[in-house]
Design a protein around this ligand. Sequence first.
Ligand code: GLA
Length: 516
Amino acid sequence: MNLVTSKETNSPSVTARLDLPLGFLLLLAFSLLAAHRALGASDLDGAWRMDVPKPFGVTTRTFLVLHREGNALTGMVYPNTAEERRMLNPHMEGQNAVFSIDWGWTFYVHRAGANLSVTLKPEGAEPIQAIAYPISEADMRPPSALPLPAVRDIPDNGLVRTPPMGWNSWNHFAEAVDDRTVRETADAMVSSGMAAAGYVYVNIDDTWEGAQRDALGNLTANRKFPDMKALSAYVHGKGLKLGMYTSPGFVTCGGYMASLGHEEQDMKTLAGWGVDYVKVDWCSASRVYADAELRRVYQKMGEALERCGRPIVFSICEYGRGEVWRWGAAVSGNLWRTTGDIHDSWKSMSSIGFDQGRLASYASPGHWNDPDMLEVGNGGMTNTEYKTHFSLWCMLAAPLMAGNDLRSMSDETRDILTNREVIAVDQDALGKQGTRLFALNDIEVWSKPLSGGGQAVGIFNRGAEGTTAPITWSRIGRESKPSSVRDLWQHRDLAIADEGLSVEVPPHGVVLLLVK
Ligand code: GLA
């Protein structure tokens, strides 16, 4: 109807060709169609704004665009307004429209007066009850893109010559992180021996941000973090470093305040708080910029960091979009995520980890591929699987960001995270990422060249049965018998034969060797 009306008013050539009876009939037909649609429009149809107030004074927001015809439901979801997501498996269950999105969120929605009543069930978290209010589609529009710098290479900031090691709040705490958790984590990092094993960054991920900027437009923290400078002093007082999080978009993935239009100001604010590391997460930038602009968006953040007056590790988080490994270092990125988010399961961890070999050539001192943070100790995998996770990340020269609750970890978890012989593989000064040498059924053999001519060899079993893996020296790229082979989990040198050795690898397990 609208289309025809606008054509009739805007395009005289079309109007001129319609004689009166035909024009009249067309108008009538479209009017009838519109009336029929209006009558048939379901009580769910339209755009809706769902507000989720948090106990610490911030309200996050999600948009829903719904259309129902009978039992057929279509629409879009804008989770935390940060991204645009297609509905998965939309259907009716009694009065409820039910649909999911690939964030692990499932919605149950029904009409309640002028609004919608929404129950949002995030996977593995408590359901959220909320009201969604009617809005116009114009209210959903993201802010406009801002000018971006012309492509140039930013000089290397000289930080993290070996992969950064530390802790990040997201995998275990998500929104539950607060000042106290961070202080207690810093304490535990020292008392558990993790600091002595090389862990140094204590990183606050999303959900620290305040509801609005201050009168000068400065970024603020919410009530969970009453004094960022004091917190940073506390962390530094432990001999550790503080990391934080923002997005180049208008909100973070969690729906919190982000840095669009305040890039330089925000990096200066973080620097003023004494922050040593920042993770910059794409999130809502996907609704503002095209993927073709990724590099220049991150360059803008890199330039802001260059001018902020403090050395700050630059962690690029955009899930591997736009082949970030090709340009991450040129925008002064120290690490860049290569994948979507990890989950605490064998399936998630192994499918991410074993797929990383192809990116090996892009890693070098100061510039690391980031297959996402560790899940070791979070409870979704066995200790055997966590040893595989940790070994694989070390073979990949990946950043080692513990993602568990350091205050209450088991001895087994601590022993995995602090195994210095395994950590030494990750932290080797040569800075080379390992690659897969070969796969045989469920066995994968990976090798990482080390400084001084040695090599780390990981013999991984991706299968559900224990296996014996015969390894010949030539298969791991050696011309003859090495002078020593050490098992880095057993902490002992192995007896070796002239032709090779044979190792028992448990299901989902690993044997990690240092070969010299
Ligand atoms: C994205 C990132 C995660 C985490 C969350 C926080 O999903 O990939 O690592 O930072 O955002 O909202």
